[in-house]
Design a protein around this ligand. Structure first.
Ligand code: AFP
Length: 340
């Protein structure tokens, strides 16, 4: 049977299941087009001079983003592609990006819509120069009613208010993962046709797993519950868990989460004392919330160790948070250790 394209899938959702309003369908189509453009740029790499840091020309004066991190050229390009693609379609009230300090207003000359779009334009960008998978993560919220000029506070909605979330992985193939709150589906980019094609429907994360993902080099900075959990996994067959666990860490959340969707596992970036000013490494609005929505929709769980990620009331656009997500039984166990 011929496989459905993303467009066909969305039209079907709109008319047969009434799960996608027309404006949201347009929004997803536009974001997916931007993702194709980002994928093309990522694929060109050194051929187009796109590797390395933005604004440095080798002089060490790279531009620094709001996160205090040096921006890669592709970070800046991906951000511009998403902004430009989404400005004029009339489906958005405003945008926010991990790469920009405040919300990006829709210019007055364009029509406005009822959604807010948040994105991490290029997640895992420290992997760009070593030719390892990177990706784009996005989250969609409704703009509060009556608000015509959204400000930061209008974006500060808990993750359980997301109407859609997705991410793309630019790996050996480009894959777009999407949820509209009705299961999780994956679409692979057919490069000849230029279309995303539905390749996995209703992805389910196995509840049990023998694989974990964490940056082990931070172990000495972890809190006791996290240390206990990992110590038990490392003890393997002869330890309290009675089985051997394997470890994977790509250092691109998109690739690590995609692996968990494909074959299960637990991904953790806990709070640590490495930088006491930060409540974790990952960003709530651009990474934790969209990934938690996707993982829960696939039957997994997502916690800070203390509460469900999707129930966290955000306090800032660039807030960081502890993240533990993936196979349900493991996430529940690590959360229990935090409560004990
Ligand atoms: P960058 O986008 O700044 O490279 O960060 C990637 C990331 O936020 C996430 O995708 C990874 O899981 C995590 O950071 C990697 O962190 P480590 O550098 O500590 O491995």
């Amino acid at each position: 049977m011929k496989k459905a394209t993303l467009t066909r899938f969305l039209i079907d959702e709109q008319y047969n299941h009434q799960s996608v309003p027309a404006d949201l369908r347009l929004l997803i189509e536009v974001v997916s087009r931007a993702i194709k453009a980002i994928s093309i740029n990522v694929g060109k790499g050194a051929l187009a001079g796109l590797l390395g840091e933005h604004g440095s020309a080798g002089s060490g004066d790279a531009s620094i983003n709001v996160q205090g991190e040096a921006q890669k050229k592709l970070d800046v390009i991906a951000n511009e592609i998403l902004l430009e693609a989404n400005e004029w379609g009339g489906h958005l009230a405003a945008m926010a990006s991990e790469e920009m300090e405040g919300p990006h207003a829709i210019p007055h000359r364009y029509p406005k819509g009822e959604y807010l779009l948040l994105f991490d334009p290029l997640d895992g960008s420290s992997n760009i120069d070593v030719n390892v998978s990177v990706g784009t993560i996005f989250s969609v919220l409704k703009c509060p009613e009556g608000v015509t000029q959204p400000t930061e506070k209008d974006f500060l909605q808990p993750g359980n208010k997301q109407v859609c979330a997705g991410f793309a992985v630019f790996g050996p193939s480009t894959v777009l993962v999407l949820t509209l709150g009705n299961g999780v589906h994956a679409f692979t980019l057919d490069r000849e046709l230029g279309s995303f094609v539905l390749t996995q429907e209703n992805i389910r994360i196995p509840e049990e797993t023998k694989e974990f993902a964490i940056n082990m080099s931070n172990m000495r900075f972890w809190e006791p519950p996290m240390k206990r959990y990992i110590d038990e996994l490392l003890a393997g067959k002869t330890g309290p868990r009675g089985k051997d666990f394997n470890m994977r860490w790509v250092a691109s959340m998109v690739a690590d989460v995609f692996r968990i969707l494909a074959r299960g596992g637990i991904f953790m970036y806990p709070r640590d004392t490495k930088d006491p000013g930060k409540a974790g490494r990952l960003r709530l609005m651009y990474e934790a919330n969209p990934m938690a929505f996707i993982v829960e929709q696939a039957g997994g769980a997502a916690s800070t160790g203390h509460e469900r990620i999707l129930d966290v009331q955000p306090t800032g656009l660039h807030q960081r948070i502890a993240v533990m997500l993936g196979s349900k039984n493991e996430v529940e166990r690590v959360a229990l250790y935090h409560q004990e």
